[in-house]
Design a protein around this ligand. Sequence first.
Ligand code: KIV
Ligand code: ZN
Length: 391
Amino acid sequence: MNIPTTTENVRIFDTTLRDGEQSPGCSMTPQQKLVMARGLADLGVDVIETGFPASSQSDREAHALIARDLKDTTLAVLSRCLAADIETSLRTVQAAARPRLHLFLSTSPLHREHKLRMSREQVLESVHKHVTMARAHIDDVEFSAEDSTRTEEDFLHQVVATAIAAGANTINLPDTVGFTTPEEIRGMFERVIAQVPGADRVIFSTHCHNDLGLAVANSLAAIEGGARQVEGSINGIGERAGNCAIEEIVMALKVRNAFYNLGTRVDTRRIVPTSQLLSRLVGMPVQRNKAIVGANAFAHESGIHQHGMLRHRGTYEIMEPQDVGWPASQMVLGRHSGRAAVEQRLRALGYWLEEDELKLVFEQFKALCEKQRVVGDADLQALMQDASVSD
Ligand code: KIV
Ligand code: ZN
């Protein structure tokens, strides 16, 4: 498949080691984070968020290890809008060759009232004070308006204007609880970018959670609305139902390049190895039917699909498996498979059968499928011996 590429890139901000690690059962030691960070750098992400230094000594250690090792990737750390957090975060992040401080504060009415107990004015003051404080020490500051998608739009515009005026270079508008829809988030980005003073000086970022299974669709819509940085994690791990899966957004931009006309720096052939690395490190298997990186993503069992694939792979595949790091597509032989696929597999194993021989073996294959879900090469070889067909 000839997939065209383009030169304008969307930045990939990887938060596997921070938001991803917040996923229940996915915590990593500093050494494990270092191994994963190397994998992410090889993959070609633009920014790696290494952790939340004020929250743990382990995150501070992880950042120090990663900063010693990776000099070409921007390394970000997360910080609340609190002077003490910012001091700790700055001390930690400045070990990086390319440091970024990622400040966040909730902006939605629900969070203002129940979590922060702050008025709109207090939120604006805090944004101004803490972004200014951070910018006095570091050039690269990202500000996230947590729960943006449930924030009143006029107030969100004020928050963004304040963060930009105080010196933030990247503005992230997270869908913290995975509540928005594609149409809604696209409009939110379009209007912020068109209406907020200074919006043309910064990069807008999208950070979507997957509570309704819409994280990737919403991230794509945010890109349509003008976002040029996408935040996500490998295998989509993250709080609750997870974050936008990086492998999915990257491949969506690549496969549908003619529509989006945007690319990424990611070496897509590293996607599957990186996914498997994470799965091993955190001990969380990838679901078989997961897009791109699941074991079934390029596997075909039904006779009609296998027949189509044997004639032209484009009938049932929109990407080449090798493009994302799988060795090949798989024809899985089972109850739904047809004669063409069985014949093709037998030929690959060195058995060239006459029509009547194939008919006989195929009947035995179907009988075997009543007893087991998948028929492997060893099963086929045993069938051939039992059938005593000449090869
Ligand atoms: O989901 C969220 O809002 C976050 C922020 C801290 C960026 O993870
Ligand atoms: Zn998040």
